[in-house]
Design a protein around this ligand. Structure first.
Ligand code: MN
Length: 201
């Protein structure tokens, strides 16, 4: 069985950048819906016992009749789990140490990185996600994915995720996705991102 991890902050803790109503609906309806549908799809199979990363890495082994449901809902479960964890009411500062120096050497500066990430997220057509991910050489890449996509599919490890589905911002920001992306930087938990950057593969 797959479960939603509890949020490490209250629904209103990310105000004014991400509003309480959006957080509550997003976590308790949208994300929960993906987890419920995933559990229904894998019920009684060996895949119900896997951890989430294993499941996404082994999608080609999932029987065809449940593969789409597992890929869609499993991908969304994984992406939301990453997203909630890389947000914090105490976020918004800048990365430090090796993460910062790798961002600078890859993108020019932290400001350049934020601009490129924001451009990727704002130009993604339709629903999807933008990630900062580590490739197998230890380099950083900005990756955008439609729908439930995740860099794990390409052998890369996501360390920062931004949900740009309309349900993530429409109540507060309406059609102004770039304003939501700009607000996002105020609640990024760079310590969490740093921990993922430091993790052994
Ligand atoms: Mn979402």
């Amino acid at each position: 069985m797959f479960e939603q991890e509890p949020l490490k902050y209250e629904y209103d803790a990310l105000e004014p950048y991400i509003d309480k109503e959006t957080m509550e609906l997003h976590y308790s309806k949208h994300h929960k819906g993906y987890v419920d549908k995933l559990n229904k799809a894998v019920e009684g199979t060996e895949f119900a016992e896997m951890n989430l990363f294993e499941l996404i890495e082994n999608l080609d082994r999932v029987p065809e009749e449940i593969r789409t449901a597992v890929a869609n809902n499993g991908g969304q479960h994984l992406n939301h789990t990453l997203f909630w964890k890389n947000l914090s009411p105490n976020g918004g500062d800048e990365p430090t140490g090796e993460l910062l120096s790798t961002i600078e050497s890859t993108f020019g500066s932290f400001k350049d990185f934020k601009e490129k990430f924001a451009e990727s997220a704002s130009t993604l057509f339709g629903s999807g996600w933008t990630f900062l991910a580590l490739n197998s050489e230890g380099g950083l890449e900005i990756i955008k994915k439609s729908n439930q996509g995740n860099p794990i599919e390409d052998g890369k490890r996501p360390i920062l995720a931004l949900d740009v589905w309309e349900h993530a911002y429409y109540l507060k920001y309406k059609n102004k996705r770039p304003d939501y992306i700009e607000a996002f930087w105020n609640v990024v938990d760079w310590e969490e991102v740093q921990e993922r950057f430091d993790e052994e593969i």
